[in-house]
Design a protein around this ligand. Sequence first.
Ligand SMILES: [Zn+2]
Length: 54
Amino acid sequence: MDCSEDDCGRSAVVELHIPWDDNRLVCAAHARVLGRQDGVVADPLPDSADDLLE
Ligand SMILES: [Zn+2]
């Protein structure tokens, strides 16, 4: 599963729960950026724990 952000080909490792939008599956880098917004919860995908350790 690839990151849902445009022009990003990295693997999605985090599910973002966004109160004002649909949930998104994103890579670690985008999770860091998008997860800073108020109310957003970043939920690491269980299958991807290894990728988060890079
Ligand atoms: Zn990304």
